[in-house]
Ligand binder design. Sequence first.
Ligand code: FES
Ligand SMILES: [Fe+2]
Length: 461
Amino acid sequence: MLTRTKRVLSDGTRIEDLVDRPNREVSLSVMNDAELYQIEMEKVFGKTWLLLGHDTEIPNSGDYVVRHMGEDAVIVTRASDGQIYVSLNVCPHRGMHVCTAESGNAQVHRCIYHGWAFRADGSFIGAPVERERMHGDLKSKEQLGLKKARVALYGGLIFANWDVDAPSLEESLGDMKFYYDMLFKRTDNGLEVLGPPQRLTIDANWKTAGEQSACDGFHTLTLHRSLLERGIMGGSGGDEVAEFAPGMYGINVGENGNTLRCIPVNTTFTLMLGESMENLSVDERFEKLPPPGIMPSMLPEMKRNMTPEQLHVMSVAPPQVGNLFPNVNILFIYAPLRDGTMGSGLLLHTIVPKGVEKFQWLTWFFAEKDTPDDVKKLMRAAASQAGGTSGMIEQDDSDTWPHMTESARGFMGRQETLKYQAILGENRPDDWPDKAKVYNGFSKDDAQWLWWEQYFALMTN
Ligand code: FES
Ligand SMILES: [Fe+2]
């Protein structure tokens, strides 16, 4: 159903007309439109739960990092009460950034311009020369604090949302929480970041990477083919592995624009170990090839933390790649180590818009906290070989994003459409839990279409 909206662009185009639902097409012009971009800042980045980091980045009272919600800089801090706060990094006095560092430790943030000071929780302490009332008398101190966002923690991940009326993070995840738990909540002590995030600026519209993250399995066959042929994405290389690229047959799951791609362990076994998993029990499969990032010694606690249904999914086809709407890319993958043996890499990215034709690609590397230090080192090496500033897989991906953005600048290019017409349809295997929308088979466009449905639901609301 088309949703009526009051939003009309200045050339008369209604936002709802940018999507053709019966034909599953989106106007390419959405990838390069200054007016639409401003609306996205309000309707998407002003109303959704945005990933800002992980609580292991700021373990101590006063620790902070500066991150972005859309184009707004925010200070993410742990205050003396142990709670995490997210405050707009804009001085209520005259708009200076209150914090000009990227990270650090401070109980007080003092604006360098005229010296107004704020506690870690964002509340206003005062202006210099208190007896002269340098902040005036028109407003109380309570009214002069930094603007605060709602904060939610999930598996240590820090999310924030400006919209007081938005559904809770839990509601936004919906049934997908069942799958995300298998990545973020599987051990007693949880995940830990391996260093500060890498940052890379890419000359492309944020949505080019955003919608690709929603399980575009299709492109692995072609865009990443050279990596497959050389055995860099797993397997022994050669032409014959391309059709498994990587796990073209699998199960995509999604809801509310959040999606994950569950890759059958049998494919992984065949590619990585050269043997079949047929006839192996759940426990035997876990022992032979634990989910990415899980050490054999962690299996007992993983089994305690997961439900039998989750363990079934993890032993048959664990979720490995996907997204969190709107701007998170997930890679919890098996990744070859430098010596060619199998390891794993756990990566999260955010796609932070920096104007219509630019975004920042942030990359966090993770390991389970209880992983031995030498293994953490190997995992970071394997992960950085796959993704981030030196990642070979993402060098392929990031090649396409600027091209699409440039295509959407042209007079004729803007009249082209993005097509999502390879439809599998909801299709759940008998033994698969009834959680979220399930698409079993050769990877098609269904999950990515869920991303666009969520985008247009917000943009036309
Ligand atoms: S702008 Fe911050 S104190 Fe004046
Ligand atoms: Fe890719």
